[in-house]
Ligand binder design. Structure first.
Ligand code: GLC
Ligand code: CA
Length: 564
């Protein structure tokens, strides 16, 4: 099928996203075609057969735009071009055509909350006086104190340090993230119009949709008097639409404008919001009049625990129905500790804390408590559970290989600003962004196709056993499991219904999907008796070597059954 035709004839094209398996590519770490140690677009093109064999419906491509990489590409110099280190616009067109020819859609990351400090607009702003039109595209404020040398507020940025950076003339600019990422002013019409043009630019080039970075941050209201950081509460907390920078009501209008642009296309372009908001406010991003879908990150903070998983599924099912969108499931992405590591850590039952915190500590070299085997076993069980659910499954490169976090990157080789701005506190996110191992016995494990052996982050020796070629020749590998599961999932997603079956145990979750598909997960460390109805049924798929035997399901295992 070529561009524009439906992915799967059983699904109407406009709805392709509702239950899609979407695979996130972090381009600089996926595959390097020219031996400079940085993954690139031609590297991805060369791996299209791999993506086809994996069985995904779409790729989400993290930023590939020109960037100084102050934040892994989320500091964009030019929204309508390709980083020359990653390729050219022509390569991009070829990638779109190649993916579409393989029935794979492409959604690209868009970063509207902030540009980079090398963006033409920001340079112009710095060279222009206070009060100028150029400064109005960003958020400039006068400093306070007798010399105007103090920042306007004591707010702390997401990567640590002040949200305000002085520019030397008594003014400061606002940045929620790194200082190289000045926040754009979304009350400015030129900013709004320019992003609509960017959406059209990529849509015209054939992209099928957008992942919207920090979708909950664009609108700001800094009317004085401004609260202190303490008064704002924890930085991720959003109030009911009146927080000065998170989750504000004005976003509704901004995304309605975007929606109008998406609907100019056939099929309409899709969008998924990265919005770390209170779950009951997620609909503001997921509604069909808005971006259409929003990530549900609840599982990133959950233990491998039946009660937690069930609560999350039930809650999100309600939200999805309320919004008219579909559910989204995320176990991994480029911002979090890989789930094979999270589940290898002891459970964390603290109120605020979550396993991530422990994992961050772990990756700082604190005595490892990680149980690799258990971590991977639970990770695979969780993956099969999630792939059985109605909704879109967002997968992150490398999880299909069972990769865990690379914990021991030397400080001198780290890249993430989250690490540099929080010395000794936050290891940053480099550990899940290490270049993929493709070939066990090649330099850089085949990440670089030329044999130069370069990789922009160091790969650990254990990557050898996880490389694609090793796993391709092993039917029991994690990769083989993902491939079979994604293939079966195409049949399983015939409707968006889910019915819980009585499992007869608190550690067991069992649900049924239309078409007689049954997903059973045992979260306990010991076997659990299966309910009568499932005894004697032969599983179609198991997350591990675990099985159903003697009327029980093995420890920490997910099984897929299908009624005759
Ligand atoms: C999002 C991205 C993250 C980035 C941040 C700032 O959270 O996923 O990687 O650092 O936005 O753009
Ligand atoms: Ca390269």
């Amino acid at each position: 099928m070529s561009i524009g035709s439906p992915l799967d004839v059983r699904e109407p094209a406009a709805d392709w996203w509702r239950q899609a398996a979407i695979y996130q590519i972090y381009p600089r770490s996926f595959a390097d075609s020219n031996g400079d140690g940085i993954g690139d677009l031609r590297g991805i093109i060369g791996k299209i057969p791999y993506l086809v064999a994996l069985g995904i419906d779409a790729v989400w491509l993290s930023p590939f735009y020109p960037s100084a990489l102050a934040d892994g590409g989320y500091d964009v110099d030019d929204y309508r071009d390709v980083d020359p280190r990653l390729g050219t616009l022509q390569d991009f067109d070829e990638l779109v055509a190649g993916l579409h020819a393989a029935n794979i859609r492409l959604i690209v990351d868009i970063v509207p909350n902030h540009s980079s400090d090398r963006h033409d607009w920001f340079r112009e702003a710095l060279g222009s006086p206070r009060g100028s039109a150029a400064r109005d595209r960003y958020i400039f404020r006068d400093g306070v104190g007798p010399l105007k040398s103090e920042p306007p507020t004591d707010w702390v940025s997401m990567f640590g340090g002040s949200t305000w950076e002085p520019v030397g003339d008594g003014q400061f600019y606002f940045h929620l993230f790194a200082r190289e990422q000045p926040d754009l002013n979304w009350a400015n019409n030129e900013v709004r119009a320019d992003f609509l043009e960017t959406l059209r630019f990529w849509s015209d080039r054939g992209v099928d949709g957008f992942r919207v970075d920090v979708a909950h941050g664009l609108a700001k209201d800094f009317t004085e008097p401004l609260p202190t950081f303490e008064q704002l509460g924890s930085a991720r907390t959003t109030a009911e639409g009146n927080h000065p920078y998170w989750d504000r009501e004005e976003l509704t209008e901004i995304y309605a404008e975007w929606r109008a642009v998406f609907n100019e296309y056939n099929p309409p372009r899709i969008a998924v919001a990265e919005a770390w908001v209170e779950p009951h406010r997620r609909h503001r991003y997921a509604a069909p009049t808005s971006l259409g879908q929003a990530f549900n990150f609840d599982l990133l903070r959950a233990n491998f625990d039946a009660a937690e998983f069930r609560e999350i599924v039930t809650r999100n099912d309600v939200f999805a129905k309320e919004t008219g969108s579909s559910n989204t499931w995320v176990l991994d992405n480029h911002d979090v500790v890989r789930h094979a590591t999270r589940y290898g850590l002891p459970k964390d039952d603290s109120e605020e804390g979550d396993e991530l915190v422990q994992a961050w500590l772990l990756s700082r070299g604190v005595e490892p408590v990680e149980d690799h085997q258990a971590g991977l076993r639970r990770a695979k069980a969780a993956t099969l559970f999630v792939l059985g659910l109605p909704g879109s499954a967002y997968l992150y490169q490398g999880e299909e290989l069972g990769l865990r976090e690379v914990a021991d990157i030397p400080d001198s080789q780290r890249q993430d600003p989250a690490f540099f701005r929080n010395p000794g506190v936050d290891a940053g996110r480099d550990g899940c962004r290490v270049p993929l191992p493709w070939v066990a016995d090649a330099p850089a494990f085949g990440f670089d196709a030329t044999g130069s052996g370069r990789a922009h982050l160091p790969q650990p020796s254990w990557f050898r056993d996880y490389s694609v070629d090793v796993q391709e020749s092993d039917d029991a590998s994690t990769l083989a499991l993902y491939r079979v599961a994604l293939e079966l999932r195409r049949a399983l997603r015939s409707g968006e219904m889910l019915t819980w079956l009585d499992a007869g145990s608190d550690d067991l979750l069992i649900f049924e999907r239309p078409g007689g598909w049954i997903v059973a997960t045992n979260f306990a460390e010991r076997p659990q008796a299966l309910p009568e109805a499932l005894v004697g049924m032969v599983a179609v798929l198991s997350s591990d070597s675990g099985r159903a035997r003697d009327g029980a399901i093995d420890a920490e295992t997910t099984l897929w059954f299908r009624r005759e």
